[in-house]
Design a protein around this ligand. Sequence first.
Ligand SMILES: [Fe+2]
Length: 137
Amino acid sequence: MKRFLEWRDDWYLGIDVIDQQHLRLVDLVNRIAQSMEAAERQSGAEGASLELMLKLQDETRCHFRDEEAFMHDHDYPAQTSHHREHALLQAELRDLVREIVEEKRVLDFDTLISLKHWLINHVIESDLEIARYLEKR
Ligand SMILES: [Fe+2]
């Protein structure tokens, strides 16, 4: 079966701790997609995704914190704008999870697809910049 979010090798930063966290986030997004598919097949499985969404929120927060510490330790010049991007992503994820918890919104595939896009775009556009900077140094 095709995975919802297929990891590509050119997304590796070559920074082991960050790469491992990115892989975990991708894995979590795939597990959320799987749990949604399962819930669709059998009724009564609703809420299966919530626990995973909370986990995604938590792991994203830890990952951003570690990535920010890494940028700081390596005097990465664009860290302020990168922090801002993290804060924005985190706020969006927090709002989404809150709305799901408060049952103002259900997690649907469109939402998960946009979640997948922000994750990939952030990795491709901003995180890979960190790897390029380290290479040039
Ligand atoms: Fe980042």
